[in-house]
Design a protein around this ligand. Structure first.
Ligand code: PGA
Length: 251
């Protein structure tokens, strides 16, 4: 395992009422070991951010949002600005999740605009990249990931402490089909080489999470890979009995 502190984040997606969100946040807070190795983050839906912030107050668990718009304020119905997310207590914002790209027309350009706005507001970013099944089968994985990273990070000179990359092969998200540790490591090492190319030596400290059907059963072998520095967890983050063992798998 590298010296990078592993980062395990739960992406709750469009799940949890207020009462459910409070209960889940409380269970995670009570269940994590104080001396654990991993940094832990929770990304509830916007509606539950304030309630989860209150549950996490005084703990070292980080609050994360699932997206942000790039404008500061104004007539943008339905949008939420990075400043609002900072105000509610977020530390991280997930940007460019494949579900945003697939269902909401997110492009590398809009990903880049959101990402820069998040950084400008003093928040940290989890930038998601990853290929579809068709792209993998056509041998385009590296090319797709390279374009997503190059265009997503255009004009960005963030320090490693405020940038996390999540490699999430689209075919592994919510499907129960995890990338093998070797498949994931291969792309993670490629991502690190790209980060070196774009950012120089700072790349060594940037955490690269794996995402896609991470469970308590596969977390340890994935996290043992040299360039896998954590996990972005969807389905298994909705239940403490699944999420806590994944955090523990990071040491
Ligand atoms: P999953 O989702 O763990 O349910 O596959 C991961 C993600 O989309 O971040």
């Amino acid at each position: 395992m590298s010296e990078r502190r592993p980062f395990i984040a739960g992406n709750w997606k469009m799940h949890k009422t207020l009462a459910e969100a409070r209960a889940l946040a409380r269970a995670i807070r009570q269940g994590v070991a104080p001396d654990r190795r991993a940094e832990v983050g929770l990304a509830p839906p916007y509606t539950a951010l304030a309630a989860v912030a209150a549950e996490l107050a005084g703990s070292d668990i980080r609050l994360a949002a699932q997206n942000a718009f790039w404008e500061k304020q104004g007539a943008f119905t339905g949008a939420v600005s990075p400043a609002m997310l900072a105000d509610v207590g977020c530390h991280y914002v997930i940007i460019g999740h494949s579900e945003r790209r697939q269902h909401f027309g997110e492009t590398n350009d809009t990903v880049n605009r959101r990402l820069k706005a998040v950084l400008e507001n003093g928040l940290a970013v989890i930038l998601c990249v990853g290929e579809t099944l068709d792209e993998r089968e056509a041998g385009q994985t590296f090319e797709v990931v390279r374009t997503q990273l190059r265009e997503g990070l255009a004009g960005v000179a963030a320090g490693a402490d405020r940038l996390v990359i999540a490699y999430e092969p689209v075919w592994a998200i919510g499907t129960g089909k995890t990338a093998t540790p070797q498949q994931a490591q291969e792309v993670h090492a490629f991502i690190r080489s790209l980060l070196r190319e774009f950012m120089g030596p700072a790349a060594e400290a940037i955490r690269i999470q794996y995402g896609g059907s991470v469970t308590p059963d596969n977390a340890a072998t994935l996290l043992a890979q040299p360039d896998i520095d954590g996990a972005l967890v969807g389905g298994a983050s909705l239940k403490p009995e699944m999420f806590l063992p994944i955090i523990n798998a990071a040491g």
